[in-house]
Design a binder for this molecule. Sequence first.
Ligand code: SAM
Length: 316
Amino acid sequence: MNNSTTTHMGWSGLLCVHALWAGMAFGQSTAVPAATAAPDFGAEMIRQESIFRSTGTEVPAGYSIDRTLEDYTRGLTASFDRSLAALGPKDRWLDVGAGAGQAILDYYTVSYDLAHPQGRESRGRKASAVALSIEDRRTKTWHETSARLDPNQIQYVFGKPLRDYSREEMGKFRLITDLLGGFSYTDNLSRYMEKVLDFLEIGGNFYGVLQDVGAEAGTNKPFYPNARFLTEIFNADSSSVKICAWVKSIACVTATCEFKTDWKPPLEVYHIRKECDAVKVPELTRVHYEAGTPPERRFQLKQLLAPAGNGSAPAR
Ligand SMILES: C[S@@+](CC[C@H](N)C(=O)[O-])C[C@H]1O[C@@H](n2cnc3c(N)ncnc32)[C@H](O)[C@@H]1O
């Protein structure tokens, strides 16, 4: 399986919608088009739900659910590997959009310990981990590993999106990851981020990615010809805002954004460290959502974001 290649082909009706947006992009690529008719989000959400619930041969080719921990290490920023290795037995790791939970299973193997001798002493019995997925993708290996480990060392929660969980249900985590999971699929990006930061301990780290977006440096074009970026944010005045600028404008975090061109389509990789409890995520409204793997999404800020954001320092 080529884990680095995913598509963002819409579930159906891709060409006409894509062409419409591509047409709008010419000469006006930095402004969100004025809405002409209420978008049919309901139909797209039903299509997206059918991707989540697909099984067997109906699973779309671009919907990868079994990326390994090595894929996570390759996809996320270099400090993810160190953050995971530094977790001790009292720490907790949440993988949002875990699919089959293969990355978590790989963490509990002997080969992981052999490859990470540096943190082994402090790691001791290892952290516990929670895999979260909308649909239940657990495999035989998951059940066997779960039976072999201490009770509750690994948990698999499913049935609803991240935003529908409370802190009481989930507790707090030292580390949260998302490799082409909820961060890429949610239709409410600001709520998603609020939840992630609510579940994160102070000093804890979030590692996530978005595929085929306008990078912080602003030099890349959409990966597919005549297509737009897969996730876009527009300011309250309709001008374009970089995803990275929005991430860095969140209060009480330090953040870095890194663009990875060795993935096709390329990834922008985010490392967010929670610094204090007074987190404030600038609120976004959904203006476009087209089902896919991942879906095409556009969001608009409710309030004008100043160009420099809050000048948050890079995450350590
Ligand atoms: C393409 S799979 C990726 C699985 C895994 N990260 C991997 O790389 O193999 C997408 C995963 O994200 C989950 N997901 C999508 N939207 C979500 C949301 N809003 N909250 C939580 N999980 C979500 C899906 O249920 C699925 O488990």
